[in-house]
Design a protein around this ligand. Structure first.
Ligand SMILES: Cc1cc2nc3c(=O)[nH]c(=O)nc-3n(C[C@H](O)[C@H](O)[C@H](O)COP(=O)(O)OP(=O)(O)OC[C@H]3O[C@@H](n4cnc5c(N)ncnc54)[C@H](O)[C@@H]3O)c2cc1C
Length: 288
């Protein structure tokens, strides 16, 4: 299918993009890499009358370290994330995640901001953002606000973004020194969305879990934290029994829908496996 007709805009500044959003209200959609929006338009699940391409706004790209925080422009592509020495050094979890997203064609155009703003529970960045405790900078006609990842994902394709707001930046605190991280993703084939995936940020002190955050992908209507599993691990030795129990608790907490990737029971079982795999790998990467 081809999309319904639309007017294409290519503003060269953030202010111009926001003015267009204000003028056209819910008749307008922002276009980033287009790898989620354009398929939806072709299927006519979305039919915006105005498409506002963010691609010419240079200020929305780039990766920098400010104090202990990594700041990533929303229009930074997955390919740029993969190629970033700064991320390889300070936030390897993000590089490991981007490597498992889709295929090289999608990663060349697809952006981290689009992946998060889309609100798709099958996208990989949202669960990773939850595990990392990220913040998102949202800019609209009345100014800027900063929203925690934990408050951003409200449901399937529903986020805290207002229709006249642009996500400009993703801010991620560097995990504490000595932390181990991992993104473990089960997919049917290269380029597929997750059947189940888990992001783990783990810190161990004197053999015990000093802190842990576990994010889950495609296992509920939106990305979620495995809070019961985190609570069971906290303060305890991270051994085989504790990891197995965390996997069981995470599996119990998730609410996946049945689809081509499997039924609910299978996905829950795979959630448990991915949590265990991510915990074991993160533990092996802890240096504290
Ligand atoms: C074959 C295929 C396989 C894929 N596999 C995966 C996968 O395994 N894992 C995964 O995570 N993703 C996957 N994707 C999705 C891909 O990563 C998309 O690129 C991503 O979901 C959306 O990013 P985008 O830059 O393309 O955004 P777009 O498609 O341009 O936009 C998506 C939505 O976000 C909004 N938006 C975009 N940028 C902003 C912004 N800065 N501020 C506010 N709103 C904004 C748009 O208005 C739109 O509603 C796949 C896509 C395809 C086609």
């Amino acid at each position: 299918m081809i999309p319904r007709p639309f007017v294409y805009h290519a503003p060269e500044s953030l202010q111009a993009a926001i003015a267009l959003l204000r003028d056209h209200g819910d008749q307008a959609k922002l276009l980033a890499g287009g790898h989620s929006l354009l398929p939806m338009m072709k299927l006519r699940f979305a039919a915006p009358e105005h498409l506002i391409d963010l691609g010419r706004i240079a200020a929305l790209r780039g990766i920098e370290l400010v104090g202990n925080e990594v700041r990533i422009g929303a229009m930074t592509s997955e390919r740029e994330i993969l190629a970033s020495p700064l991320l390889a050094e300070h936030l390897p979890l993000l590089v490991e995640t981007a490597r498992q997203i889709a295929d090289p064609q999608v990663r060349t155009k697809g952006t981290i901001g689009g992946d998060i703003a889309h609100g798709d529970p099958g996208n990989d960045h949202p669960a990773v953002m939850l595990a990392l405790g990220a913040h998102f900078v949202l800019v609209g006609p009345t100014g800027e606000r900063v929203v925690q990842a934990a408050d951003f994902f409200l449901g399937t394709y529903v986020t805290a973004l207002e229709p006249d707001e642009v996500m400009t930046e993703i801010r991620i605190p560097k995990p504490a020194a000595g932390s181990g991280t991992c993104y473990a993703k089960l997919k049917r084939k290269t380029g597929d969305f997750a059947t189940a995936a888990a992001a783990v940020v783990l810190r161990v002190e004197q053999g015990r879990c000093a802190s842990v955050a576990i994010g889950l992908t495609n296992l509920a209507p939106m990305a979620m934290r495995a809070e019961a599993a985190e609570a069971a691990l906290s303060g305890h030795p991270v051994d085989g029994a504790a990891i197995a129990q965390a996997g069981r608790l995470a599996a119990e907490a998730c609410e996946p829908g049945a689809d081509l990737r499997g039924d609910e029971d299978y996905k829950k079982a795979m959630a448990g496996q991915m949590v265990q795999r991510a915990l074991r790998t993160a533990l092996s990467r802890c240096t504290g």
